[in-house]
Design a protein around this ligand. Structure first.
Ligand SMILES: [Zn+2]
Ligand SMILES: [Zn+2]
Length: 281
């Protein structure tokens, strides 16, 4: 993996062919110093944005882009730091850009996302023959392929040259005992070489299973600084074997992350930086 600073006034949405990951933000749900943990994956002519939190449109704007420029979306779960910017995506596309962006979403999660989050601010903006708008008036919908051979109800999508495989995570509620007991939330394997945990409680079995299956070059792992609640703590992650920690980059961190940089380093890990190109040749 090569790390380079973003040097463009307008964030490029293409590469020379290499896989590129850019964190539009690296912060936790309540961050005030970073943006939220949403990423843009770019490869050749293709791109997809993973999650679009409340502050993602602002982060894109600071990088010279509008949500109207992003054509493909994949959403991991319904917390506002992951979906809070979607209403802006929908309204800008419908009324300014006048196109529909593409969303890759299982049917099960489309119902959750529409009924419980997006419908309130979008359905009644128009009325045609007595009916308001629906999800598919805003989005071109693509269904991931079920991959029952992968662990945890895996799915797969191909977005141009970008391959995403998903796995369910044990994120919330705090009381969930396993991933299939938890509410809908997924993490990703990108091009069979990068693991992005999404939001999850500490889940050693998930990490070791994915290590065995994909031997990822890098694992982007969410972190918090106390044990309990709905994210993995630094203390818990410190307990993973050294050969796994060696390629863990910590993301989704609270504003106090600098106080923990030495501890992470001692354990062979570092914190992800926002607005940096992570390039995979
Ligand atoms: Zn989150
Ligand atoms: Zn979350």
């Amino acid at each position: 993996m090569r790390i380079r600073k973003v040097s463009h006034r307008k964030l490029p949405l293409t590469t020379r062919g290499q896989l590129r990951i850019l964190f539009l933000g690296t912060g936790s749900a309540f961050t005030k110093k970073n943006y939220q943990n949403n990423i843009l994956i770019v490869k050749g002519e293709d791109h997809v944005m993973i999650d679009c939190g409340t502050r993602a449109p602002e982060a894109l704007s600071r990088l010279g882009r509008s949500v109207g420029d992003v054509r493909n979306y994949y959403i991991t779960h319904s917390h506002a730091d992951h979906v809070g910017g979607l209403e802006e995506v929908m309204l800008v596309n419908r009324y300014v850009t006048r196109t529909r962006p593409h969303i890759y979403i299982p049917e099960e999660y489309q119902t959750i996302l529409w009924e419980r989050s997006l419908r309130g601010g979008s359905e009644e903006n128009e009325r045609h023959e007595g009916e308001g708008l629906g999800f598919e008036d805003f989005w071109v919908v693509h269904r991931p392929t079920e991959r029952p051979d992968l662990p945890r109800r895996g799915t797969e999508v191909q977005i141009g040259g970008i391959n995403l495989k998903t796995f369910r995570t044990r994120h919330f509620p705090e009381q969930a005992r396993s991933w299939d007991d938890a509410f809908y939330s997924v993490g990703l394997v990108i091009d069979d070489r990068v693991m992005f945990t999404g939001d999850t409680q500490y889940d050693e079995e998930l990490i070791t299973t994915m290590e065995e299956l994909f031997s990822p070059e890098v694992i982007f792992h969410d972190v918090q600084f106390f044990t309990g609640g709905i994210h993995a703590s630094l203390k818990e992650i410190n307990g993973l074997p050294r050969h796994i920690r060696d390629h863990i980059y910590l993301m989704h961190y609270p504003d106090s992350w600098r106080d923990h940089a030495d501890e992470a380093k001692r354990h062979g890990m570092q914190f992800v930086k926002q607005w940096v190109f992570y390039d995979f040749a």
